[in-house]
Design a protein. Structure first.
Length: 475
């Protein structure tokens, strides 16, 4: 009988299982251009039109890489790329994180011509600075940014957590909804509203979260890790809590959020009544799903309902629950479509998922599942095509003209490159490390292009829709 030494057995158990890469895959999409983003782990792409050019600002996760423009090793921060010609992106500048911070995931940009208290010729970048703070930079010359001010430094929760996350900045008013930690609040992510009409002179407006998160509250903490992001449309704020578990969707009246309850002695104080006062509607999710993004599809005319007398036009929220574990070592996450025509009673009406069997995605490596969706709310995509980042399944293109029956009409999965980083996980005592695309976030523009960035260091891909997918766009 053959014998195997204990040492060999230990090697068999502990040695990582490694798989390397995959080629490009697509349906009704075509790659237009790429940039490696200096092989930095990328989170959020934001496209702005600036002095007649199309400039893409990209927030990065923690890490470091060599900047070929300076020759120096720099901690990850913000990449600035000229995509005026999408087939030939030009990398303009990298702003490292400051003060010992790592990464600068979140980016927002406003022109001084839009901000009520800023000089018309200036342009400003608002970004998270690691988990430490939020900063404003002047990017009027995107090749030569200059620091303006620190808007807010993050505090800590009672158990020591510190965080920042996804910010929304209203360029027409200057109001910014920063996400991060405030001393004493029980979740690491709450809303910190600031008036940045003059970006050099921030003014704090209020702190906000669900009742039960404020410093003097007790009992279970609602909304898991707290607010992930705020999305504004008209007089409504759509808040998503929990990211990947214990999620909550909250619809908030923006005017009430800003003015507070006039009957209270301190209208904006974080009392239970004060925090509930702006709420219009709320939906609590199952424990195994979270609220990463709540994106409104407003005024959707549903052809199927054309013969109905009433409610042929619906308001719907796209609600994304984020996948967070490699190789499916978690519940399956989905995108839900929530009817908010009756805002006081939000109700899920459909879901969208990607079939694992179509690509063997659980075995490819990294995360498989949804992360985010576009933020741009203009033509040709709005209320027609929704694009989702799906980690190792790339970007998914979905026809949402009938949100009760969303249909996938295309996808694009970039090829891995030598820059693509491995993702590891322990399964039954064996470490499995695999190289796979990790499409992290996406954005779209008025040219009909999609910008996707990769969490595993593969860079930026610019994609256009073709065939049946392109035919749905509003042109």
């Amino acid at each position: 009988m053959r014998t195997v030494s204990v040492a060999v057995l230990l090697c068999l158990v502990s040695a990582p299982v490694v798989a390397q890469g995959h080629a490009e895959e697509s349906l009704n999409t075509r790659l237009v251009g790429t940039d490696d983003l200096q092989a930095r782990s990328a989170y959020q792409p934001l496209l702005v039109t600036q002095d007649g050019r199309r400039i893409l600002y990209v927030g990065h996760h923690a890490g470091e890489a060599r900047n070929p423009l300076t020759g120096a090793i720099e901690v990850n921060g913000t990449s600035i790329v000229d995509v005026t010609d999408p087939g030939r992106p030009v990398y303009l500048h990298h702003i490292p994180a400051t003060g010992g911070a790592q990464g600068a995931q979140m980016v927002q940009v406003c022109s001084g011509a839009d901000l009520p208290g800023a000089a018309a010729e200036d342009t400003y970048l608002l970004r998270a600075n690691g988990n430490q703070s939020h900063e404003v930079w002047a990017v009027s010359d995107p090749s030569n940014p200059t620091f303006v001010t620190t808007v807010a430094r993050m505090g800590r929760t009672p158990d020591g957590q510190q965080n920042t996350h996804k910010t929304w900045w209203e360029c027409d008013t200057g109001l910014a909804y920063l996400i991060g930690t405030v001393d004493g609040w029980r979740a690491p992510r709450i809303v910190q509203a600031f008036d940045l009409a003059n970006p050099a002179a921030p003014r704090r407006v209020r702190d906000f979260s669900l009742d039960g998160v404020q410093p003097d509250s007790t009992g279970p903490i609602p909304g898991g890790s707290g607010v992930h992001e705020v999305v504004r449309a008209g007089n409504r704020l759509y808040l998503s809590y929990g990211t990947s578990r214990d999620g909550v969707l909250q619809i908030v009246d923006r005017e009430r959020f800003l003015t507070g309850d006039p009957r209270a002695a301190a209208p904006l104080a974080p009392s239970p009544a004060g925090l509930r006062f702006p709420q219009v509607g709320r939906l609590d999710l199952p424990t195994f799903w979270g609220g990463h993004t709540a994106y409104p599809l407003l005024g959707v005319e549903i052809t199927e309902y054309a013969q109905n007398r009433d409610q042929r036009v619906r308001d719907v929220l796209v609600l994304v629950s984020e996948s967070v574990a490699n190789q499916c070592q978690e519940p399956r996450h989905v995108v839900s479509f929530v009817d908010i025509t009756d805002e006081a009673h939000p109700w899920p009406v459909s879901t969208f998922q990607v079939s694992e069997a179509d690509g063997g995605f659980c075995g490819r490596g990294g995360r498989f599942g949804p992360h985010g969706t576009q933020w741009y709310m203009g033509p040709p995509f709005y209320n027609r095509i929704q694009v989702f980042s799906w980690f190792n399944a790339g970007m998914r293109v979905v026809d949402v003209r009938n949100p009760f029956d969303p249909v996938e009409v295309g996808y694009y999965i970039p090829a891995t490159t030598p820059n693509t980083d491995q993702r590891c996980v322990m399964i039954d005592g064996v470490e499995s490390c695999k190289t796979a695309i990790q499409t992290n976030n996406v954005e779209v523009d008025d040219r009909g292009l999609v910008y996707l960035v990769d969490r595993a260091n593969t860079g930026l891909h610019i994609v256009e829709l073709t065939g049946a997918a392109a035919a749905i766009l509003d042109r």
